[in-house]
Each structure stands twice: as C-alpha cells, then as structure tokens.
Design a protein around this ligand. Structure first.
Ligand code: TPP
Ligand code: MG
Length: 329
C-alpha cells in the first residue's frame, strides 16, 4: 500500500487515545517477548507474530460489546489480548504449560476462551470463515443482537469456502463482519502475484454484500469503519466486509527466509505507517502526554509481559494423564 504520513491532530479523547496506545503496545511487547522465548527454545511448534498489524484488532475491538464473538487464523495472539484474555494464560499456552488456555496442549494456534467469546486460533487457512458464519447463525437463531467478527488474510481470501460462506451469510442476513487482514503477503506470495482483482472487499458485491477498504495502520480509521459495519449487522442488515490494508513487520512465522521483499520496503512501513507511532504522535502533539509519560506506560507494559513470561516458564508441563483428556476418540 502507498505509505503516507497521517495527520497528527484528532478529536479523539485523551482517554481513548491512551487506551489504544496501551492496547497496541501491549500486543507489540507481548509478541516481541514471544519471539525471544521462541528463540530460546521455550516455545515449540508454530508461532506467527502480529507485529505491525496491531491497529486492526484494537480498532475492531473498540466497536464491540459483551456477547460479540471473534474467530481468526493462526496469527492470533493480538486478538486474544485485545479481547481481554490474560497474557499469563496466553504465554503459558505458547510454552506448552499446564496453566495455558488449552492446558498446554494446543499451543499458539489452538487457544480458546469461552468467557471472552474467542473461538480460536485456526491453522487451516480460511477454515475459520464458515465457522464464523456458524457463530453468527447461532446468534441470529437465538434472536440476540450479537455480532461475529471473522478475521482472515489476503491469502485466505482466495479460498473457495470464503465465497460459499459469503453466499449463505447474505442469503440468511447473518450478523457477521468479515475482516480481511490484507497484509500484502500470504507466506512469501505477494497479493500482486496471487490475485487478479485490485481489491478483495469488492468481491462481496457478487453476493450483495456491502464493504469497504480501510487504512488498517490507523486505529481511528479502523474503529470508525468497525462502528459502521457493526451498526449494519446489529440492525439485521449484515453481513459486512472490511478490508484492512495492513502490514506485518516480521516473517510469516518464526522460520521465514524473508527473500520475497526488501528490507527497504519493511523499513518504509515502520518509518511512515507505524500504528503505535501514529497514536504516540497524536498524544504528544495534542498535548495529552509527554514522552516521559509514555515511557512510564512502556515500562508498566514490559513489566506485565515479563511477569507473563515468568509465569509461563514456572508453570509445570501438562501431566501425562492429560494425554487422554479433551479428545474425541
Ligand atoms: C488450506 C491450507 N493451505 C495452505 C496452508 C499453509 N499456509 C499457512 S499460512 C499460509 C498463508 C496465508 O496467508 P494469509 O491468508 O494472507 O494470512 P497471513 O499469514 O498473512 O496472516 C499458508 C499458505 C494451510 N495452513 N492451510
Ligand atoms: Mg496475508
């Protein structure tokens, strides 16, 4: 996406800006720590970091209410933290320990929280999309006004099951917001190389679904778009598609040769579009916070993340008897 500097003034309240700043920074510091623990061999299996994309999930969550549901792919730690799951339980799951959200048996891609209405964590590309429609169907059937937020990537957007889901979702007017996190790449394949159409959200038109593209590096733009989409869905006029134009700074997963894009491309996004720097500028230039105030917040967040990492390291590995629980056969 074209990089351009965002305005440094906003009518958003200090409280809201501070909240966005904290939540996005929490995700970033958590992910940096997860990357470190992975490097130390404390996290095994797959691990897909969300660094760079923080504004998407934080902006969307700002438009949700109790009862709304969320479901996503394997790039899921940010979604868990943003919906209020405990960083300790998430980190302990990453390290495969007993106090993790799946008792240490699921790992990075397979964590759930019924309490926070977080339905995973799915490793099969696109598989969460029909499941998200199922969640929305359940709420429609029960007659409440909950909305299901179903996140998927630009790569997943080329999956057939997405379009089968679009058809049914519009046919049944399901309260579902499809959030396409278009970070420009599916593993090492750029959207330009894989996809003929310039926009992904416009494909919904074939099914009668409304939608729009959003600057996914701008938390305020994300929140505004999410509020609009949610209002449509709560009024019984869903579904709605939001294509978030975003970027991931790190590799696809922890093993990524990074040969498919230049360092300059990544650096340009960091310098010009970083979602956290954006809110930092709004806070400082709006006179809401000093650089020192923000350093204090960073210190607090680092302390929370370090405590989560210590908790995760101290938690025991699951007992052998757990091999025979939570299984179907
Ligand atoms: C059905 C299926 N095909 C292939 C894979 C291997 N795979 C894992 S992630 C991925 C890329 C998906 O990219 P995208 O949807 O853009 O999400 P992102 O990783 O960028 O968040 C692929 C091809 C898989 N897990 N499932
Ligand atoms: Mg992608």
């Amino acid at each position: 996406m074209a990089a351009e500097k965002k305005p440094t003034k906003s009518n958003t309240s200090k409280e809201d800006l501070m909240g966005f700043y904290r939540e996005m920074l929490m995700i970033r510091r958590f992910e940096e720590k997860a990357g470190q623990l992975y490097g130390m061999g404390l996290i095994g299996g797959f691990c897909h970091l969300y660094i760079g994309q923080e504004a998407v999930v934080v902006g969307i969550e700002a438009a949700t209410k109790e009862g709304d549901k969320r479901i996503t792919s394997y790039r899921d730690h940010g979604h868990m933290l943003a919906c209020g799951m405990d960083p300790k339980g998430v980190m302990a799951e990453l390290t495969g320990r007993e106090d993790g959200y799946s008792k240490g048996k699921g790992g990075s891609m397979h964590m759930f929280s019924k309490e926070k209405h977080f339905y995973g964590g799915h490793g099969i590309v696109g598989a969460q999309v029909p499941l998200g429609a199922g969640l929305a169907f359940a709420d429609k059937y029960l007659g409440n006004d909950n909305v299901s937020f179903t996140y998927f990537g630009d790569g997943a957007a080329n999956q057939g099951q997405v379009y089968e889901t679009y058809n049914m979702a519009e046919l049944w007017k399901l309260p579902i917001v499809f959030v396409i996190e278009n970070n420009g790449y599916a593993m090492g394949t750029s959207v330009k190389r894989s996809t003929h159409s310039k926009t992904l959200w416009e494909r919904g038109a074939a099914y009668g679904i409304k939608g729009e593209a959003v600057d996914g590096m701008d938390v305020l733009a994300v929140k505004a778009a999410a509020e609009k989409a949610v209002a449509v869905c709560r009024a019984g006029n869903g579904p709605y598609i939001l294509e978030m134009m975003t970027y991931r700074y790190r590799g696809h997963s922890m093993s990524d040769p990074a040969k498919y894009r230049t360092r300059e491309e990544v650096q340009k996004m960091k310098d010009e579009k970083d979602p956290i720097d954006h809110v930092r500028d709004l806070l400082v230039q709006g006179g809401h916070a000093s650089e020192d105030d923000l350093k204090v917040i960073d210190k607090e967040i680092k302390a929370t993340v370090n405590a989560a990492a210590e908790f995760a390291k101290d938690s025991p590995e699951p007992a052998l008897a757990e091999l025979w629980t939570d299984i179907y056969a």
